[in-house]
Design a protein around this ligand. Sequence first.
Ligand SMILES: [Mn+2]
Length: 288
Amino acid sequence: MEFPNYFADAESSFKQASFILFGVPFEKTSSFRHGADKAPFEVRQASWNFERYDLRTGINFEEILVHDYGDLDVSKMNSKQVFDATKTFTATLLKEQKIPFAIGGDHSITPGIVSAFPKDIAVISLDAHMDFRQEYKNDIYNHACVIRRVADHVPLKNIAVLGIRSGEKEEYELAQKENLFFRDAFTINKLGLKKIIQQTKTLLKGKKIYLTLDIDVIDPAYAPGTSTPEPLGLTPLQVIEIIEAFSPQLIGGDLVEVCPPYDHGQTAVLAAKLIQTSISWIWRSSQA
Ligand SMILES: [Mn+2]
């Protein structure tokens, strides 16, 4: 069965909307499994599964002014062109005071979006991977270099990476040497998520935050349909807790790396739920 090809209840006009959802079906930099370009479609389809009322926020999703712009046409672009296109598009949204939320695509779609924001924002990256390489496969815009590219725009001290459990030895050493704030999945489980949220809040106190949510931060038992699955991850409820904790500071976000050909639907449903929840929490925080 096919549902309309827009996110459920995202029925505001562009002009009226506070939130603009848009798809960036780009996945040319994926290094293991291919198919993340199918994610915007599948995540939108999955979104029609939910009831509108959110138990925890007490908000009916249809009350929220969300416009689904559709997908950016990136099919013939390389990673540098996608960087430029997402930056330009996001800049037009910010000029209109909109809150952007992108559906990837692989993680390489994030730095262009972030580059449209002022340089003094902060970024939280939820990801299984360090993504701190200077370049990968001769491409500085590869999905394995996301945090590096974000750090070209945002000061490194404004970046927090949570949930990692994969990276090259050199990446870890460099991250430590350069004082990148990161907390791996093991430390989160050992110290407890509350403690880690507290530490992250101290780091990013008073800052506006962009959230990039790589679905592979979540354990592949919950989210198997992803490009580079990495066992021993966070649970969906831990991720929801992080989103809730930072929602008063969030000014935009993305959800990336869903890979439908390796999914039985559960990853797309979870991704849609995380998008719906993120938007609901940001909306609720803005109403308070
Ligand atoms: Mn990742």
